[in-house]
Design a protein around this ligand. Sequence first.
Ligand code: NAD
Length: 255
Amino acid sequence: MKFKDKTVIVTGGAQGIGMAISLAFAEEGANVVIADIDEEAGEEHVTTIRERGGQAIFIPTDVSREDDVKNLVEQTIKAYHGIHILINNAGIGSSGTLFTRPMEEWDRVIGVNLRGPYMMAKYCAPELMKANPGVIINIASTRALMSEPHTEPYSASKGGLLALTHSLAISLGPKVRVNAISPGWIEVSQWRKKSQRREPNLRPQDLAQHPVGRVGKPEDIAQACLFLASPAASFITGTNLIIDGGMTVKMIYEE
Ligand code: NAD
């Protein structure tokens, strides 16, 4: 029970990686606040956590909306009297190509993936500073460091999130530690609402891209969050932990 009496907000905590993160903190005794736009998935996950003996509440939140973020912070303080850990996990991909994508799509992705974490940090900061040490973990992506064609809004939002991590670490130190995690390929289909589950279609070349011989699991990211939020990481701030099974350091090499 490493996080007993600690309150953690996990944005996008109803499904995927956020679902594993919120479950892991609940299993370590934390009071978990799941902030997500998907009410059905959020309530379902809260029920699962409570059935396993954990503490959790769901607060419907769109992290790109300032009123929602303010309400989330108010409701969390009302329920648990403070905030110790903030996990900025909610994120969305981008669609279209550089040539066809309407500007609204840029605004939508930047709104959720960058404006969202900024507003969450801004409105949680006073409580996180009181927690002393408070912790923020921003879930970025290896797409901040390497790119496919036509992923500009997503890649730029995650690159911005890494810069935001540095800036917040300086603004909020020494009372709050702020770090980023950049996941590589994480297979989330088993961590989605039943209606959205599908079998992963992994090809041998996908596995070969990973020196560890497999793609990632949401639990891989959840375990890293537990570490970064713990006293064992008390000298770690402003950094980016790449968790990708070695994918980004592997060169394509043909004999
Ligand atoms: P997911 O789509 O499975 O889950 C995302 C959750 O966020 C959902 O529950 C969704 O309802 C919620 N959400 C979406 N928009 C929201 C909003 N505006 N406000 C609040 N909640 C919102 O995604 P995932 O694959 O688990 O990804 C989680 C994070 O990890 C994202 O930031 C993503 O960019 C990042 N990431 C994922 C991978 C991967 O391979 N899965 C790789 C690198 C980075």
